[in-house]
Ligand binder design. Structure first.
Ligand code: HEC
Ligand code: HEC
Length: 296
């Protein structure tokens, strides 16, 4: 807030508090003589007159108390423009203190988990429930609360992996994030080329396909695609290139989705969590993710 706005807010607040106090004082000072004169002149049903009575005393006192409360509050806490209050309290300061308190409580727990291997933690109910809580807070918005994924967000609960499902591969994925880049091939392949490779990918996946188009596509596949997806289309976890022969499809397994992937490519990003979670928490959430497919 600029200092002129701050001054404006301060004046407005102080003037309204004083005005309220004066108004209360005035209305409480009406004598009974004056009261008779204060008949507003409104009469109903012949004898029901409207008077201008002073407020009941208890009501008045509670009003004064709220004014005193407001004044004390504005002296102690931030509220009057830019004035920070004599206690120096801030909401972010309170938040930081609470985080620090929580950290003191949880740090030893995560430190103890960090001493044990991920396959061990994947058998430990306490570690899994801590891992699940982290997962729901940090990961579920993209991967789903059951880790089942969605279109373009991989399922983490199955055996099919883009970047590998070994404990250290999962930890690397979460720590540094991943960038899945499937380049666009529309220009290099042309329309026919996209059609043929699409039919070949359908064949790799075990779907209905046009055999003659697919066999033309096979040649192109070796030329353009095998470098990343492997000669047999089984993928490469170093590049995050998916296995095209399994039943696990990231961007859709119908001919139109596959053709779209080949023609325009796909860019997919898993964010890095190193700064946000730190190594010990990553260890625990990785154990949770690992446990999902290890059980199968
Ligand atoms: C903003 C969305 C988003 C969030 C949040 C997110 N992820 Fe991901 N994650 C992705 C995407 C997208 C991919 C796929 C990247 C690719 O295509 O290469 C991915 C990939 C992964 C993979 C690799 C899967 C494989 O098949 O190799 C793992 C493991 C993973 N995420 C775990 C997590 C965990 C654990 C968290 C929470 C700490 C998390 N993700 C949070 C979007 C997200
Ligand atoms: C530079 C390496 C690279 C090359 C070359 C490449 N791809 Fe890919 N491809 C990828 C990566 C990485 C992904 C995963 C993208 C992601 O993470 O979303 C992918 C994804 C795909 C998918 C989507 C799979 C799914 O589960 O939805 C298909 C289909 C595909 N590629 C087919 C091809 C075909 C056909 C070619 C050759 C014309 C090809 N790719 C060439 C790296 C490559």
């Amino acid at each position: 807030m600029s200092s002129s706005w701050s001054l404006y807010v301060i004046i407005l607040t102080v003037v309204s508090i004083i005005a309220t106090a004066l108004l209360l004082r005035m209305t409480s000072r009406i004598s009974s003589d004056e009261l008779k004169k204060q008949d507003t002149g409104h009469v109903w049903d012949g004898d029901l007159r409207e008077l201008n009575n002073p407020l009941p005393r208890w009501w008045l006192i509670s009003f004064y108390l709220t004014i005193i409360f407001a004044v004390l509050y504005l002296i102690l806490y931030p509220g009057l423009g830019n004035f920070a209050g004599v206690l120096g309290w801030t909401s972010s300061g309170q938040y930081d203190a609470q985080i620090e308190q929580a950290e003191e409580k949880y740090q030893p727990i995560f430190a103890a988990f960090a001493q044990r291997t991920i396959p061990e933690l994947a058998q430990d109910g306490a570690a899994l429930s801590a891992g699940y809580n982290l997962f729901v807070n940090e990961c579920a918005q993209c991967h789903g609360s059951d880790a089942g994924g969605a279109r373009s967000f991989p399922n983490l609960a199955d055996k099919a992996w883009l970047w590998g499902g070994a404990p250290e591969q999962i930890v690397t994925t979460i720590t540094h994030g991943r960038q899945g880049v499937m380049p666009p091939w529309g220009a290099a392949l042309g329309e026919d080329g996209v059609k043929e490779t699409t039919q070949y990918v359908l064949q790799l996946g075990g779907f209905d396909h046009d055999a003659s188009l697919a066999s033309a596509g096979a040649t192109r596949f070796q030329m353009f695609c095998a470098a990343c997806h492997g000669a047999e289309g089984k993928g490469n976890p170093v590049l995050g290139a998916p296995d095209l022969t399994d039943q696990d499809w990231l961007h859709g397994s119908d001919a139109a989705s596959i053709a779209e992937t080949i023609k325009n490519g796909r860019q997919n990003r898993m964010p890095a969590f190193q700064e946000r979670l730190g190594d010990e928490r990553i260890h625990v959430v990785a154990a949770y993710v690992y446990s999902l497919s290890a059980q199968q």
